[in-house]
Design a binder for this molecule. Sequence first.
Ligand code: ARG
Length: 459
Amino acid sequence: KKSEAWSARFSEPVSDLVKRYTASVFFDKRLALFDIQGSLAHAEMLHAQGILSAADYAEIERGMAQIAQEIGAGQFEWLLDLEDVHLNIEKRLTELVGDAGKRLHTGRSRNDQVATDIRLYVRAAIDDIGALLGTLRAALTDLAEQHADTIMPGFTHMQVAQPITFGHHMLAYVEMFGRDAERMADCRKRVNRLPLGAAALAGTTFPIDRARVAKTLGFDDVCHNSLDAVSDRDFAIEFCAAGALLMMHVSRMAEELVIWMSPRVGFIDIADRFCTGSSIMPQKKNPDVPELARGKTGRVYGHLIGLLTLMKGQPLAYNKDNQEDKEPLFDTVDTVVDTLRIFADMAGGISVKPEAMRAAALQGYATATDLADYLVKKGLPFRDAHEAVARAVRACVDAGCDLADLSLQQLRAFSDLIGEDVFAVLTLEGSVAARDHVGGTAPRQVRAAIARVRAQLAG
Ligand code: ARG
């Protein structure tokens, strides 16, 4: 007796190499619990529609409960010969409950079955990632609150630009991760549709109730075209695109952490538990976690392009190519989930060195724009003010001093509009406090932004 579910039509068995090449069980077995969930919803509907007897449905429920238990206990025997997760579970069900198990696949195909499993899987992943983004945003917001007044240089072109607060800088990432959460939530709407009922590609001759299955599985609606339902994976690609954007944000932050922890910069330290040493250089403490996150971003981008390419040449409807959707998808989820978890944790392990930040902010004429704004407020057109301050900066560069080191008399050489009140404007505290509007770096605004984020996270 041949083992394949479909082998009756064939006159010779496939070679071992072909078996291995076409099998997916060793990676798609992680869909097992979703597969069981989908099968139970399908069987319940078949029974409600009078297609499956009450006794058969009860047997299927009993068998599936045992299979779930065996899988949970690591006792389930996965067989390569049975190709994929679906056939492995169906075969075991039939071993356990006999003919009832053989009736489960009525009105269904592995094509709509696997599409359903993946949607359940992606939906769960989106929910996990949404929660983790919330945790990360909360952790970064706590860090922002501790440093709402901590001044650091803000950079453009990696050159000192204007003073900002570290709290404000952290909140920039809180905003980015907030949009990532929105994108995930939006993607979920298109993931949350039921393919079951599409069967192989054209639908089924049985009087099924798709809406009932959709409701049981928590889907918002059914897929409205059977060919589309079994063949497209755009929802998975969209999820990976949202994941790629998210990782891009993580990677930018990782890059900053690496730079900030470099002894040349010394803005922060990262707790030892997130770093590793060198096997040759005894003094080393390396920021491996952010570096790896930066590196892993590349593989998530790769999965996105892989999936886009996987789909682009496929005529309707299902093709076996689609079996290749799983490993990139799973790896994307694993990478994003692990990275978010570790970053949320690491946020609490970042210690800020305010003196180093302050010292850096005092170099590079970070308050030059404030001086120009000051002159504008005294009536000078902005372009003229810009020029006057540029000349002052150049004089300071030549003299090797800061703007605030110039005397009033020296400053007045660049504009006689400058008065005694200029020195308050040239301080770092004055500079940040003056940017006091929604989205600005003033500590008051940082605190308001923190309150806004916290209300959002709570609601
Ligand atoms: N293992 C397959 C997949 O992942 C399940 C669907 C197979 N259907 C088929 N007719 N070969 O896509």
